[in-house]
Design a binder for this molecule. Structure first.
Ligand code: TMP
Length: 225
């Protein structure tokens, strides 16, 4: 059965993931590769409703376990509805966040620990792992300031409230940051860490280098299957 390429983007809020996903999709298109873009939470009609519940600042006091369970509920839906069919059809998927986000935010930020997240991933996601994860980690303060400004603007302009996470304190984000670095150190073959305050073009170049390598692997795999 042909299998596509599952690429995830990870990082703190405001780290520039969306810009880089769009740049990579355009780069792939120029080379004749379509790419399916999706995100978590969200990416399906049901997932978008779960996203609204999770990110709305009115969901105050959501218990960490409930938050984690909702993240996995959303993920189970996107796997069934989007990821599995697309990968089976040999497509390239660019997914904005996946289980590493749960490990970093709920495992690290909310201090639930990695073990429970990885166990739920095994049970609920059938162990579906990305072929490549691009982890963007520019400096913490400017990223957060950017994310907070953007979300406040969205509240004013469209009434869409996605500010619940951005209201967390800096200590929460330091724990998220640490956990991301831990994941990168644990899984160097899958996770490409792009650190520091690089320009949009510089980050794009590093992403292209990593993706080019994986595309060659995909082509070789198809040749031999
Ligand atoms: P984003 O889609 O704008 O990046 O924001 C989604 C927010 O949800 C972000 O603050 C990270 C958070 N999140 C988690 O806490 N756990 C998860 O498993 C996922 C996918 C996202």
């Amino acid at each position: 059965m042909p299998r596509g390429l599952f690429i995830t983007f990870e990082g703190l809020d405001g780290s520039g993931k969306t810009t880089q996903i769009n740049r990579l999709a355009a780069w792939l298109k120029k080379r004749g590769h379509g790419a399916l873009i999706t995100r978590q939470p969200g990416g399906t009609a049901t997932g978008d409703r779960i996203r609204a519940l999770l990110l709305d600042s009115r969901s105050k006091g959501l218990a960490p376990m409930a938050e984690m369970a909702l993240m996995f509920g959303d993920r189970a839906q996107v796997i069934a509805e989007v990821l599995t069919p697309a990968l089976t059809a040999g497509e390239i998927i660019l997914c904005d966040r996946y289980t590493d986000s749960t490990e970093a935010y709920q495992g690290g930020g909310r201090e639930l620990g990695s073990e429970i997240v990885l166990e739920l991933h095994r049970l609920i996601c059938d162990g579906l792992q990305p072929d490549l994860t691009l982890l963007l980690l520019p400096s913490l303060e400017p990223s957060l300031a950017r994310a907070r400004r953007r979300n406040q603007r969205a509240v004013k302009e469209s009434g869409e409230d996605e500010t619940r996470f951005e209201q967390e304190q800096d200590a929460f984000y330091s724990r998220v940051w640490q956990k991301y670095r831990e994941i990168a150190a644990r899984e160097p073959a899958r996770v490409v860490l792009i650190e520091g305050d690089l320009s949009i073009d510089e980050v794009h170049e590093r992403i292209v280098a990593a993706v080019t390598q994986r595309l060659a692997g995909l082509a070789a795999g198809r040749l031999h299957s």
